[in-house]
Design a protein around this ligand. Structure first.
Ligand code: MG
Length: 180
């Protein structure tokens, strides 16, 4: 049987956007706190989506994306999955178009075991013909035709439409359960 294809989102699935975003938020709004969740509870006037739009000019830069930390266990689990599946990285690069080269370099550095021919820089992921898509974006999962796995992030906590994976250990477990 031919191997099935898994497409994997980059931002907030492989690359941690939240930790650097919180640092950026503190710097630009000149605030200090240790616990971002507690800060948001204490400051209900802070609209996260609005803040993301305001800080977008800082996010859509080479420096921000090139220096993103890797999400825990992403490398290990993807390496394992490659034994049984074909893995593509499908990143909505059009959302932050000034970061193409940073994204490419970042993927080459942190995921050297995935061939660059399997990097897909796209916009709308309805074009992705894979069996699975692991993504934190509900919008993208809705457009996707295969099986969507929702990777947990602060912005998608309430969604119950998709199979939820909280971290890469959950991803590994999900695909192990598919083998049986
Ligand atoms: Mg994402």
């Amino acid at each position: 049987m031919p191997k099935k294809i898994i497409a994997v989102d980059m931002d907030q699935v492989l690359a941690d956007m939240e930790v650097p975003f919180v640092e950026l938020f503190k710097r630009e709004y000149e605030v200090e706190f240790d616990d971002a969740e507690a800060y948001l509870v204490d400051h209900p006037e802070v609209d996260l989506n609005m803040t993301i739009r305001e800080l977008y000019p800082y996010i859509n830069t080479y420096e921000f994306v090139r220096n993103l930390p890797v999400i825990k266990n992403a490398q290990m689990v993807l390496k394992e999955l490659q034994e049984d599946y074909i893995v593509y990285i499908a990143t909505a690069a059009m959302d932050i178009p000034k970061t193409f080269s940073a994204k490419y370099e970042w993927l080459e550095e942190h995921f050297p075991f995935i061939h660059p021919q399997q990097f897909v820089f796209c916009g709308n992921k309805e074009i992705i013909q894979a069996d699975y898509l692991i993504d934190d974006s509900i919008r993208q999962l809705k457009r996707f035709n295969g099986t969507g796995l929702l990777f947990s992030s602060s912005l998608n906590q309430k969604n119950t439409e998709f199979i939820r994976v909280n971290n890469w250990e959950d991803v590994r477990e999900y695909f192990q359960s598919q083998k049986q």
